[in-house]
Design a protein around this ligand. Structure first.
Ligand code: NA7
Length: 553
């Protein structure tokens, strides 16, 4: 199938494709590769100047993989790719991950179908032609039968609305929009707002150079030693030795990584046994900490408390000033906000040039041109780093301003819940597919592998449409409701919904407040495979209109 140009009813030319993909990050790149292999004409739009998505944007100092890490944060579709790419560290630096993604783009010649520096600002479905109209900020307009939204679960910056923040005249950076030019902290007084993964990674690096760093903390966090280490040639050889078996393990694992998880309960161990396990894992560091934990840490309050107490004791041990240590002690259930891997975060508070303001005791009142003013007084600063996170999971979808059948707006449908079916599709939005959207395992799963598996499923559904000459597919409202219940039931047995986090939408004022991630990646992939095998219950198919698709731009 080929790309065609047709005149647009409003003037400029409209480029017509079988599929448009929004986003050239980890998911969008795989989607492009997959749909190309199917023989479809595809165009990708991305606002950045190159591939990488979140790895292109997040260039703040200290940015690293903070998941299970290399070498398994990778695509699995190509054995050659695995064999030829050598990862340097277990917790790869941002630039290393970006190198890998760029290598994938080169190797599969992906850039030729990507239009960079092109923001999609509007997507509209036309029921008569069964096509999506895509409007961009550069004036490029496209039409496509299928729309793949690979827009990232963590890409719409959450900018705090604090009185006077716009008046501050010093340099201001959001960690997720970090400049490409080097940023110098030398001799500067820097305020960092936010103590999630980004703030906790960035602060110790900034403190090495800055005159002073003031951390403005809203919620104290549990953070664990990253245990980053170099990967040796032997490590890589071992990872590749039986790649087929490794892949099988990744597929079987709940999080998409080739690790065994401990099945036993913390409550079956004595306090001494628990302490010994936590200490062993703490000394080793890395995401393995969480994978090797007791299976009920995020389920049982008592089990949770045993780990929370252990980490709080560690914080007290590491941080010399008792008052600072007190402010750093988290009081939520451990693991129920995104667990954080740190590289010298707590130690950094022992430096003379780092201080902490607990916003619960001493809230920000406003900014001036040269300072941040909290209840206790004025703190002169030269630079403001906003490590304030994202309108996660749903924000990037809504930013596309989607309008489905009959002009229905996604913003109007997603006021109370992020209604969806299988975390992939939305009623009223035919032939639109989300990768890592709400209702999917998304951020709880190995992102490259998850993108491959979701796209594999989407590809099969598209094949069904094409082979049977069907025009469009969308889920029923009932199936969305049932899916929502399923997501809620899985979350309901855990402690996750009981803590305010970006997983529950609590970090963005006015957002629906519920835990919208499908817990249990392996169950999820079995579920969606079953739906495909049973001929797509929960979906409604519409016949293709008379006119051939190629003339329906
Ligand atoms: P996170 O994890 O959402 O962290 C954002 C931090 O910013 C967190 O400490 C927030 O406090 C804080 N925050 C947000 N808004 C404000 C305002 N208005 N005032 C003060 N503090 C605020 O984002 P990250 O970028 O660190 O990490 C995102 C993910 O990227 C991470 O989980 C990894 O998966 C990779 P809160 O906890 O909401 O009280």
């Amino acid at each position: 199938m080929t790309k065609e140009k047709h005149p647009s009813p409003t003037g400029g030319p409209v480029e017509a494709y079988d599929a448009v993909i929004i986003g050239a990050g980890v998911s969008g790149l795989y989607a492009l590769h997959h749909l190309r292999e199917m023989g479809l004409s595809v165009r990708v739009y991305d606002g950045a100047t190159d591939v990488g998505g979140t790895w292109w944007y997040n260039r703040y100092p200290g940015a690293r993989v903070d998941g299970p890490g290399s070498p398994f944060y990778c695509y699995t579709f190509s054995d050659e790719l695995m064999q030829e790419w050598d990862w340097k560290e277990t917790q790869s630096e941002q630039s290393d991950v970006l190198d890998y993604i760029e290598h994938v783009a080169d190797r599969y010649d992906l850039r030729r179908d990507i239009e960079f520096e092109t923001w999609v600002r509007d997507i509209r479905y036309d029921e008569d032609t069964q096509r999506w109209a895509v409007e961009t900020d550069t004036g490029v307009r496209a039409s496509a039968r299928f729309l793949i939204c690979a827009v990232g679960a963590l890409s719409t910056a959450n900018l705090p609305d604090i009185p006077g923040i716009g008046d501050f005249r010093g340099e201001t950076y959001h960690t997720g929009r970090w400049p490409h030019e080097p940023v110098s902290f030398e001799g500067k007084r820097v305020a960092v707002i936010g103590t999630g993964s980004s703030g906790i990674q960035a602060m110790p690096e900034i403190a090495k150079e800055a005159a002073h760093v003031t951390v403005l903390q809203r919620t104290a966090q549990f953070a664990f030693p990253a245990g980053n280490r170099l990967l040796t040639p032997e490590d890589m050889a071992e990872a590749r030795r039986d790649w087929e078996a490794v892949k099988a393990k990744m597929i079987a694992n709940a999080g998409g990584f080739p690790f065994e998880m401990r099945a036993s309960s913390a409550l079956d161990a004595t306090p001494e046994e628990r302490e010994a396990l936590y200490e062993k894992l703490w000394q080793k560091g890395g995401f393995g900490f969480f994978l090797n934990l007791y299976s009920d840490i995020a389920i049982s309050e008592e089990a949770n408390q045993s780990l929370a107490d252990f980490v709080r004791a560690k914080i007290r041990q590491i941080v010399h000033d008792p008052e600072t240590a007190r402010k750093l002690l988290p009081d939520h259930f451990v693991m129920t906000k995104r667990p954080i891997l740190e590289n010298g975060y707590f130690e950094a508070y022992n430096r003379d040039n780092v201080s902490l303001i607990d916003l619960r005791e001493d809230p920000i009142e406003h900014f001036t041109e040269t300072s941040v003013v909290t209840r206790s007084g004025d703190h002169p600063i030269d630079m403001l780093v906003l490590a304030t996170g994202y309108d996660a999971i749903s924000g990037s979808m809504l930013r596309l301003n989607p309008q489905g059948r009959n002009g229905i707006r996604l913003a109007d449908r997603w006021t109370d819940r992020f209604h969806n079916y299988l975390g992939l599709t939305i009623h009223g939005f035919p032939n639109l597919f989300m990768i890592h959207g709400p209702g999917s395992p998304g951020v709880f799963y190995n992102m490259p592998l998850g993108a491959e598996r979701q796209m594999g499923w989407v590809g099969n559904l598209l094949r069904r449409l094409l082979e049977r000459n069907l025009g469009a597919v969308e889920p029923s409202e009932e199936s969305e409701k049932a899916w929502d219940d399923e997501v809620a039931a899985l979350a309901g047995v855990t402690l996750f919904p009981r803590t305010d986090s970006w997983w529950t939408g609590a970090n963005v004022p006015g957002k629906p407040r519920y835990f919208s991630v499908y817990l249990g990646g392996s169950i999820y992939y079995q579920r969606i495979a079953d739906v495909a095998e049973n001929d797509y219950p929960g979906f409604e198919f519409t016949p293709a209109p008379e006119t051939p698709a190629s003339q329906r731009a």
